[in-house]
Design a protein around this ligand. Structure first.
Ligand SMILES: Cc1cc2nc3c(=O)[nH]c(=O)nc-3n(C[C@H](O)[C@H](O)[C@H](O)COP(=O)(O)O)c2cc1C
Length: 433
């Protein structure tokens, strides 16, 4: 079987890890770096390429107009800023790619270019950044806006944002720093240039005032809508993707690669990594028990699904009758996420049926023994045509070890995961195969 890339997507961000698990808080404090450092070391030792950390900037109160469910269940909040965590993760590892999330809507391109350039020096080429456009109005209201900018316009703006950030990274020629002690010249002024960018959304003079990084951080993105896919295919080197069937995975990967080619990039210059949640059991009996427990549509499970989709789409799903079909819905927030949600059950299904189907099918979860899950990942990888997977789940120690200690040996036996990471940086590791 062909080698695949593996990574971990920390969907809870630098937030509460393991709330509700019997081992919550035992031997770790989610507010401190060590639990993430331990996870990063485990990922590196197991041959993972990268560790991506989600982020968001709101206390969600869309569901039922209240933050009660989110705060009680520690869903999406509280959460720390992932950027200060990055140096701790870099310090704990030597080859793993570290990828914080950063909002193109709320970081000025100069601020982002400067921060990322600084971190890339620490990272020796191991830094990536997950660019998001932050669809939520709640987020926009923390940054002086009443509403978030219209969906496609956000991407137009993000396109220009990427362009400006990259121009700033080029504002120093690679050999601008001379450190010529004899002649007393630190840097050659002829090799440091203003960018004089004057575009539709940004006006930036430049140059950047950091020293040039050895190479650009790797750009990661998760566009799901048509416009989002265009953005990802044009700009990204890694695309994070959600899709529940091999057919949808293949369609998604093919479409992103087509956009890349249309933009003059080799299709293999970007890797589409699908997010999955492996749940490793000891035997068939445990698989049946876990599957049953996860598919039960309890009130807590309904609230869990609805708070999440309400936050991600900005639509209060508490206002809909559970036993009626949903009205036609559009959102200015995560349109792709809304489409996936609505499409999870046949047209005309009631909201309760959609929730029940999602609980049963659970698009992300792959439940089984280590050998069964490894086989499934191998089959999916082959059906999709590559490139690999991001495991998701919280990084409380019990979860990381429950997953990796059993699954990675099974992946190795099948030749699906690399045994060692190269030390040429994240981009090089991604391009190895
Ligand atoms: C796996 C995955 C991870 C994502 N991580 C974040 C994140 O950390 N922060 C965020 O604001 N949005 C995140 N998003 C949302 C995406 O950036 C994007 O808005 C979403 O996929 C919808 O696509 P669209 O904007 O093209 O409609 C994520 C999406 C996916 C699928």
């Amino acid at each position: 079987m062909a080698l695949l890339h593996f990574g971990w997507f920390l969907g809870a961000g630098f937030g509460v890890q393991g709330w509700g698990d019997p081992s919550y808080g035992i031997g770790y404090d989610w507010r401190q770096p060590p639990v993430y450092q331990d996870a990063a070391r485990a990922f590196e030792a197991n041959g993972f390429d990268l560790f991506i950390i989600e982020d968001g900037v709101t206390v969600p109160d869309t569901y039922g107009g209240s933050a009660e469910v989110n705060l009680a269940a520690a869903r999406f909040v509280p959460k720390h800023d992932p950027l200060p965590l990055v140096p701790y993760l870099l310090g704990a590892t030597s080859r793993l790619g570290i990828v914080p999330t950063l909002s193109a809507s709320f970081y000025e391109p100069f601020t982002a270019a400067r921060l990322l350039s600084t971190l890339q020096h620490f990272a020796h080429g191991r830094l990536g950044f997950n660019v998001v456009t932050s669809g939520s109005d709640l987020a926009a209201q923390n940054y002086g806006l009443d509403k978030q900018v219209e969906h496609d316009l956000r991407y137009d703006r993000a396109d220009e944002w990427v362009d400006v950030v990259r121009k700033l990274w080029r504002s120093w020629e690679p050999d601008a720093i001379l450190e010529d002690v004899e002649n007393g010249v630190y840097a050659d002024y002829r090799k440091v240039h203003t960018i004089d960018h004057d575009g539709r959304f940004f006006k930036v003079r430049g140059p950047l005032n950091t020293a040039p990084a050895p190479e650009d951080p790797v750009m990661v993105q998760a566009g799901a809508s048509g416009r989002g896919r265009d953005f990802a295919g044009k700009n990204s080197e890694v695309v994070l993707a959600l899709a529940s069937t091999p057919e949808r995975m293949r369609e998604y990967r093919d479409s992103i690669r087509e956009v890349a080619v249309a933009n003059g990039r080799p299709a293999d210059s970007l890797k589409v990594l699908f997010v999955v949640q492996p749940i490793i059991t000891a035997n068939a009996e445990e698989t049946a028990t876990v599957t049953l427990a996860r598919s039960e549509l309890t009130q807590a499970a309904i609230d869990e699904q609805l708070q999440s989709i309400s936050y991600l789409t900005g639509i209060d799903f508490k206002t809909f009758d559970l036993d009626a079909p949903l009205p036609a819905l559009t959102t200015n927030s995560n349109q792709g996420t809304l489409d996936n949600f609505v499409r999870s059950a046949p047209e005309g299904s009631t909201l309760r049926e959609i929730l029940a189907t999602r609980a049963k099918k659970d698009g992300l979860a792959i439940i089984g023994t280590a050998d069964e899950v490894a086989d499934r990942l191998g089959e999916l990888g082959e059906a999709v045509g590559g490139d690999g997977f991001l495991f998701t789940g919280q990084v409380h120690p019990a979860n990381v070890h429950r997953t990796l200690d059993r699954l990675v040996p099974a992946l190795r036996r099948r030749g699906l995961i690399r045994t060692e990471l190269g030390n040429g940086g994240l981009r090089q590791n991604l391009l190895d195969f």
